[in-house]
Design a protein around this ligand. Structure first.
Ligand code: HSE
Length: 286
């Protein structure tokens, strides 16, 4: 059996902790055979290969008496870059427990469990459902709406360096004034309405008008401003910080992508420039 989970890009500007999108990079877990002890084969430095691995810890949290297995994990989702690598592992762990324990969990139950573990639904929800997900987690209850994403191309600049979510959350203020909170949620409301209508021009403006987190985090990602400027010059819809960063996501019409890619690579920043597409599947088991 193989379990495949997509990468995710959270926030999309003002959808902080609430909006996310599944993208075409993947974590794959292969269940090889039953064993006496849990063992997970992978090639990541400093990541445990026994029951202390996050994948296995998550599966055992869901069903503590699961039969140990020999597993293999492969992923092209870079770690600590704002592309949902740890959420993909949490969702894979839940699906592993679901399959090996024959739990028959619904997608909504998986989302509730994954959100309780992760603390917010914006990465785990699209990792489960694919596509665009708008979700809330209030009073321990998750609500989520899944939708197609309007037709467009994505270009991710993935810096060489890592940015821990805890560090990136550490620069956020404890409070916003009522006036600012009203403005911030109004921008987010427009983003959602525009995405659901397929109006990427208006959605892009809302993405670039975030008040919740980007103004505080931009200084942590030194490439952000220059790439956003290129986005404006070359006809992108929007440039935003993917999740907690440091990946910078550019959304653009397909026919602008080649010139954007060329112009951004001319900046000479150290990192990978990756064209991505929306994953419409979410959790996939074969
Ligand atoms: N919404 C989260 C953040 C995503 O921006 O901190 C990363 O966990």
């Amino acid at each position: 059996m193989k379990i495949r989970i997509p990468a995710t890009s959270a926030n999309l500007g003002p959808g902080f902790d609430s909006i996310g999108l599944a993208l075409s990079r993947y974590l794959t877990i292969e269940v090889l055979k039953p064993a006496d002890e849990w063992y997970i084969e992978h090639n990541l430095p400093y990541v445990p290969d026994d029951k202390y691995n996050l994948l296995i810890k998550t599966a055992l949290k869901i069903k503590p008496d699961l039969q140990p297995h020999h597993l293999k994990m492969e992923s092209d989702i870079p770690l600590a870059r704002g592309l949902g690598s740890s959420s993909s592992v949490i969702v894979a762990g839940i699906e592993l427990a679901n399959q090996l324990g024959n739990l028959q969990l619904s997608q909504a139950e998986k989302l509730q469990l994954a959100t309780e573990i992760e603390g917010h639904p914006d990465n785990v929800a699209p990792a489960i459902y694919g596509n665009l997900v708008v979700a809330s987690y209030v009073n321990k209850r998750v609500s989520a709406i899944v939708s197609d994403f309007p037709e467009c191309a994505f270009l991710a600049f993935i810096p060489k360096y890592e940015l821990r979510t805890s560090d990136s959350r550490g620069v956020l203020p404890n409070q916003l004034s009522h006036k600012k909170a009203v403005a911030a949620s109004a921008v987010s409301n427009v983003l959602v309405a525009a995405l659901l209508k397929g109006d990427l021009t208006t959605a892009g403006q809302a993405m670039e008008s975030d008040i919740f987190h980007e103004p505080f985090r931009q200084r942590l990602v030194k490439e952000f401003y220059a790439i956003k400027k290129i986005g404006h010059e070359y006809g992108a819809y929007a440039t935003y910080l993917s999740g907690a960063g440091p990946t910078i996501m550019v959304l653009a019409p397909q026919d602008k992508i080649d010139s954007l890619q060329e112009a951004i690579s001319q900046l000479g920043f150290d990192g990978e420039l990756a064209p991505l597409t929306v994953d419409t599947v979410g959790i996939y088991v074969e």
